[in-house]
Design a protein around this ligand. Sequence first.
Ligand SMILES: *Cc1c(COP(=O)(O)O)cnc(C)c1O
Length: 396
Amino acid sequence: MTVIPDVNSRMDLITSVPLLDVGRGNSPLKAEIMSAFSEIIDSGWFVGGPHVKSLEQAVAQVSGADHAVGCASGSEALLLALMAINIEPGDEVICPSFTFFATTSAISRLGATPVFVDIDPKTFNVNPAKLEALITERTKAIIPVHLFGQCCDMDPILKVATDHGLRVIEDCAQSIGASDKGRPAGSMGTIGCFSFYPTKNLGGFGDGGMLTTNDPKVADRLRLLANHGMKPRYYHREVGINSRLDAMQAAVLGIKIKHLADYGIARRRNAMRYRDLMARAGIASIVCPPNESTDCCHVWNQFTIRIPDGKRDQVRERLAAVNVGSEIYYPVPMHQQECFLDVPVALGSLNQTERAAAEVLSLPIFPELTAPEQQYVVDCLARVLADLAIEASRAA
Ligand SMILES: *Cc1c(COP(=O)(O)O)cnc(C)c1O
């Protein structure tokens, strides 16, 4: 049981709050991590091995999937997943434009075409009602991205996939431990893709990733593809890649995954506290604090508000001036990225995506964040919004 302090034990005045402080989560585990590192150094087993195997089992359990396969990053998990379902040039894969680059780049890397679907403004996730119209005879798969820690509304997505014979690859990079109607992220599609980048809910000391699946044949194929398509050693059945998980990363993650449920509880407590503080400060109707959908377990990788009327960047700058960390996930949707400008997009089909990119602002939500720190964040935010409103009325 991790003890995550609920209040700041020091009584000094808060004058700064970082967006993320990984040190607070890692330092209580430092002795345990150092001893695992020491054991690995002595063993000389640095790639794969028992730590990777036991992490695979732990992630399979958290994700409610029968199999889990370690790999080098979340980005490569997505690439390997698409390779394993034989995505090739000419294929179309539907994914949101409001996501991290790696969702889309995995499709392009294989010569296939990303087809962008708009989001639901309430959840920032794929709007299932927009899927059907995008399907052509070339469509092979859908990648629902469980963004910010909340699962997509999976039932209608799975129904469209079944009706049209499409594969579903879940991008679970931000949502390990989340669920939709009791089904964990990574257990609902053909393959789930996870990331252990340090900013994720289960963050390592560098890059790392994992794939989950309920299909033993798919699991074998993923293992083969992640290891040069090689079986046995130096006999290559297909052109795979080198994407393996290091023992050091697996050891750290294996220690941290034991606390994942507690981290999730602390993130949720912080999210509820923000909602409460924002309501009390009278800014909830302006900033639209995020909510948890019915029957979903949200794991709050991000707490993302909206700042309307073109004021978002100004608000962010003013928060930075009073040492409140924030970030824009994501400022430029994929269909407007220089490298994807040749991807065809119907005019007006991504309105909610474009609006979100202009309005979103993510605030500190990490598990060890304290109540006084959250109070400081909300006080600063309320003051900045009030100042901007006064300035706007003077200018009018
Ligand atoms: C982080 C992330 C990835 C990529 O994971 P890496 O481990 O950084 O390669 C993919 N998709 C989403 C939605 C992410 O947030």
